[in-house]
Design a protein around this ligand. Structure first.
Ligand code: ZN
Length: 301
């Protein structure tokens, strides 16, 4: 079974200026769960003045936790965010580490060494939780395929940072094409190199963007290589400011269509996924929604 991890409520909403009302987030998450989505990144524990769109993350986590079987994931930029995530009861914490240090300094205002310090502090906070209540801790290797500031990122650097994240206490690492620079050959090569260096169970998921139209091609390359978890955003929410009409995150509807038409089980019902899209559309009037399959409809069975 393939896990489609919906990141729209975090990655999507943080990229648009409209603040979605908390009740609308609840309704959207409920609709996604009704469609069969089993993991949702519902928010990010960052200061509300930086991202007012996600200021209600603790409330959203509390609501999402009412759905049995749903993995409630959040992004945490540091140990302070992790404390809030633990208090709220998130099941999965993702700490982004930008493989490009220039991007890391600009995005999180931290060097690699400082982000790794945060990772160690977060791992200690998690270890202090009672057994059975410890969330899964992922270190996300962002800008792993290239950076808008530094250009190409050496693969040796990605491997070194992956090892460092595990050593700092992450349960696993994830690969993220934050900038939409990846191509399928590079995706295959980097997954295999990370598996060789870290072990196959230490990398199961990938976060892809469709900035240059290669999102699904890269997803297929990762799938064929053996990854089983794919981040995507309903309606490609968030868009890509550099490519009007193109989504930033890969579109959940298109990803689910691709996987299911290949005979793979995602546990997601496409018609109900479209109903969730209606809930999203109603909550964000005027916001562009993306996706080819929603526009064309499913092929005749
Ligand atoms: Zn993204």
């Amino acid at each position: 079974m393939i896990l489609v991890s919906e990141v729209g409520p975090r990655d999507g909403l943080q990229s648009i200026s409209t603040v979605m009302p908390t009740a609308a987030k609840f309704a959207w998450i409920d609709a996604l769960v009704a469609a069969g989505v089993r993991e949702i990144e519902v928010g990010s524990f960052v200061p509300a003045k930086l991202l007012p769109q996600l200021a209600d993350t603790a409330d959203v986590v509390a609501h999402a936790r009412r759905h049995a079987g749903l993995t409630v994931a959040v992004l945490v930029p540091n140990a302070k965010g992790a404390e809030a995530a633990l208090a709220a009861g998130a099941h999965k914490l993702t700490l982004p580490l930008s493989c490009s240090e220039t991007h890391s300094l600009k995005n999180l205002r931290k060097t690699h060494a400082q982000v790794l310090d945060e990772a160690r502090a977060i791992a200690a906070l998690i270890a202090a939780q009672p057994i059975g209540q410890r969330p899964h801790f992922e270190g996300s290797l962002s800008t792993a395929f290239g950076c808008t500031l530094e250009g190409s990122v050496p693969e040796a650097q990605v491997l070194r940072l992956g090892e460092a994240l595990l050593k700092a206490g992450c349960d696993e690492v994830g690969l993220a094409d934050t900038t939409g620079y990846a191509n399928p050959t590079q995706v295959r090569r980097l997954i295999r190199q990370l598996w060789d260096a870290l072990g196959q169970d230490k990398l199961t998921g990938i976060h892809l963007h469709n900035t240059r139209g290669l999102g699904l091609a890269n997803a297929l390359a990762a799938l064929d290589t053996g990854l089983s978890t794919f981040d995507s955003s309903q309606a490609g929410l968030g868009g890509c400011p550099f490519a009007p009409g193109a989504s930033g995150n890969i579109v959940t509807e298109d990803l689910v269509f691709m996987l299911q038409s290949m005979g793979l089980d995602t546990g997601i019902d496409f018609d109900r996924l479209m109903q969730a899209r209606q809930v999203l559309a109603a909550a964000l009037p005027g916001e562009p929604l993306y996706g080819m399959t929603p526009q064309a409809g499913l092929p005749k069975p």
